[in-house]
Design a protein around this ligand. Structure first.
Ligand code: SF4
Ligand code: SF4
Length: 288
């Protein structure tokens, strides 16, 4: 059964195969939408090579001071939790890359000496590749946070079908932002002790936001392993196990999408989609 479900794919660190899983899920689900929220290192588009449709700058507000109005009270410096303002003894400095655009300093300035201007911190790009809408966020190097890029990316319209969100690695505020609208979270884990530790991080985040979730064991080994033990101990369903295969590694390192190249992988990801649908349905019934 087709569904317009939004599926977020998470992993506790980079390099676990999160993008590999996301890209192949989107391809198996086509017509679908793939959203690359890993704005610090977006590379899903390298697999899809989409025909670009739009590019939009992502702007954030930053304060600018009018020295003629400033009464040198330094209240703004004391207020800024991100240390984006500093008083040199002669002038107020604004460190743009550290500013989170909260607007608080502008509101509190007793002399109305601060005003907001806009500054680009990245861009959002849309494109299409054989039935998959490919949306990618790009954060400029050195910027403090990609949350505004992710917000703009997720507010970009898409034509329907399943939505696969390729989240940033870890459990930062960027990941939290990425899973806000997800109906189901797929947690990608490796079969090692570090893998289980990273799995626990993203599992905690999914629980915090009350999102139903299941695990894909990537580079899975036969027999027991710490990630499998974690799933058993916490009642987490294992949605699929993907063994390391040289052919899979070769396809991925060459920027190719496995489900397009080999019917075995297409069948594997179609089964994974079905399993996600079943689990998400059970979770929805359980919540109703
Ligand atoms: S709060 Fe306003 S007046 Fe006070 S130091 Fe900052 S810019 Fe100047
Ligand atoms: S807008 Fe917010 S984060 Fe930016 S300098 Fe002002 S108080 Fe700091």
């Amino acid at each position: 059964m087709m569904s317009d479900r939004t599926i977020a794919v998470l992993s506790g660190k980079g390099g676990t195969g999160k993008t590999f899983i996301s890209v192949n899920l989107a391809c198996a689900a086509a017509p679908a939408t793939y959203i690359d929220c890993d704005a610090e290192e977006p590379n899903g588009h390298l697999f899809f090579q989409p025909a670009i449709k739009t590019r939009e700058a992502v702007n954030v507000p930053v304060p600018r001071v009018d020295p003629a109005k400033c009464i040198e009270c330094r209240q703004c410096v004391d207020f800024c939790a991100y240390h984006a303002l500093a008083w040199t003894g002669r002038e107020l400095l604004v460190f743009d890359e550290m500013c989170h655009g909260c607007g608080g300093c502008v509101m509190l300035c007793p002399a109305q000496a601060l005003r907001e201007t806009e500054r680009a911190i990245g861009r959002v790009q849309t494109g299409e590749a054989r039935g998959v809408q490919v949306l990618s966020g790009f954060l400029n190097p050195g910027e403090a946070t990609g949350v505004p890029v992710i917000k703009q990316l997720l507010n970009t319209g898409h034509p329907g079908g399943r939505v696969i969100i390729d989240c940033p690695p870890g459990s930062s505020c960027m990941v939290s932002e990425s899973i806000q609208d997800a109906d189901y979270c797929v947690l990608v884990a490796e079969p090692t002790r570090f893998g289980a530790h990273n799995l626990a991080m993203v599992h905690e985040l999914a629980r915090l936001y009350n999102k139903p979730c299941g695990v894909v064991l990537n580079k899975a080994l036969p027999g027991d392993d710490p990630s499998r033990q974690y799933c058993q101990a916490h009642g987490l369903p294992i949605l699929a196990e993907i063994a390391f295969e040289a052919q899979l590694g070769k396809l991925t390192s060459n920027g190719m999408i496995a489900v397009k190249e080999d019917p075995r992988y297409r069948a594997l990801f179609e089964r994974l989609l079905e399993r996600i649908d079943q689990e998400a349905c059970h979770a929805a019934v359980g919540h109703s």
